[in-house]
Write a protein that binds this ligand. Structure first.
Ligand SMILES: Cc1cc2nc3c(=O)[nH]c(=O)nc-3n(C[C@H](O)[C@H](O)[C@H](O)COP(=O)(O)O)c2cc1C
Length: 357
């Protein structure tokens, strides 16, 4: 197969626009070379219409990193991607970039690029590019949003790296920048697995709409995975939620919060009271052999099961309890996102004006 790219198709998933921006920077470079280029948001397309790419077509996939992995929406998309007979493909992940003084601090990829790369190799693709781009972190339920000046400076830096990557890939070169991080990625991979099976479900249960919510339903309409339902006439985050942060960062009323107080409180209650009481009750009927490895595993799985069920039930309850004025105040003031200094992450006007049309 010749090195010349005859067509470029980019697919992306994006919560708050970083992956979309990288897609548009790369598309701009490609169009400047008169290469026919198409860009698709995977949340907006019907996967059934995607067919095997014609020869000479370069495929790109760009997604944020969630818990040291691609979010499930991205993974499921790639796992079901049609087979190829040797098309070139590049994979990119946007990560949580930060800035300390004048140094750009990168995020962590974990298995985000490696797992899809292996799957796509088996599907017949030739992986010619693996690169992370450290755009500003959008993980607002975890830390306050970065200041505008910092965000703009990280953006300008990432634009150059994305364009440099695009030029090399479109010239037919191989770019495996991700290999630089392979050691730390391997070390962090167990956390990625833990996040996939446990962490992401807990995060999805921390969102709620405060008293500023005017029920405009923008969060529901814009959710890329259709995870927000209306329960008791208010938004309710179901287990489909990928915690992509689109709703929290773009709510025009700044009404969406993370329930930090609730999650700390409920985890203490589950672990110190519910699980302890459960084992005391079990001990009335049977004696548990504590030194048996299998029994330890069973105890641990049971603990997680109880945690999960208690979390589901309590989150529903929490949603209704938000109606009770006294409790509502406690819930509101134990949320960190409520405080003014806990900024949201939004591309600034300057950044939007610099985006390719
Ligand atoms: C729930 C969640 C988990 C995240 N996990 C990671 C991570 O493991 N490593 C990392 O570098 N960035 C992580 N981030 C940051 C995002 O990947 C990063 O800000 C990305 O650029 C967002 O892209 P988007 O705007 O296209 O959604 C996480 C963000 C969220 C919301």
């Amino acid at each position: 197969m010749s090195g010349k790219v005859q067509q470029l198709i980019i697919y992306y998933f994006s919560g708050t626009g970083n992956a979309r921006t990288v897609a548009s920077w790369i598309a701009e470079e490609s169009r400047a070379r008169s290469i026919p280029t198409e860009v698709f948001d995977i949340a907006m397309i019907d996967r059934k219409h995607i067919t095997s790419p014609p020869a000479g077509t370069l495929i790109g996939f760009i997604s944020p990193t969630h818990g040291f992995n691609y979010p499930p929406a991205s993974m499921y998309f790639l796992f079901r991607f049609p087979r190829s007979r040797g098309n070139r493909m590049f994979l990119m992940n946007t990560r949580a970039g930060m800035k300390l003084s004048k140094w750009f601090v990168p995020g962590l990829s974990g298995i985000a690029l490696w797992l899809p790369a292996i799957v796509l190799l088996f599907k017949g693709y030739r992986i010619t590019g693996l690169r992370s781009i450290d755009l500003p972190s959008n993980w607002i339920s975890f830390h306050p949003g970065l200041k505008e000046k910092v965000v703009e400076s990280i953006y300008a830096h990432c634009k150059k790296t994305s364009q440099g990557f695009a030029r090399k890939i479109l010239d037919g070169k191989k770019v495996y920048t991700a290999f630089r991080d392979i050691l730390q990625d391997i070390l962090i991979s167990p956390v990625a697995i833990g996040y996939f099976f446990v962490g992401r479900f807990m995060l999805a249960k921390t969102f709620y709409a405060n008293e500023n919510c005017d029920k405009c339903d923008l969060c529901i309409k814009n959710c890329p995975v259709k995870a927000i339902l209306t329960v008791d006439k208010r938004p309710f985050w179901s287990y489909r939620c990928e915690s992509c942060m689109r709703c929290m960062n773009s709510c025009p009323k700044r009404a969406i919060e993370a329930a930090h107080g609730y999650i700390v409180g409920i985890m203490c209650l589950i672990n110190m009271v519910i699980i302890t009481m459960f084992w005391k009750w079990v001990a009335v009927f049977i004696t548990i052999p504590e030194h048996n490895g299998w029994v330890k595993l069973l105890v641990s799985i049971t603990g997680w099961g109880i945690t999960f069920i208690s979390l589901v039930v309590s989150y529903r309850l929490y949603h209704y309890l938000l109606r009770v004025p006294g409790l509502r105040l406690i819930f509101y003031y134990t949320s960190l996102t409520r405080f003014r200094f806990w900024r949201r992450y939004k591309p600034t006007k300057k950044m939007i004006s610099q985006l390719p049309s």
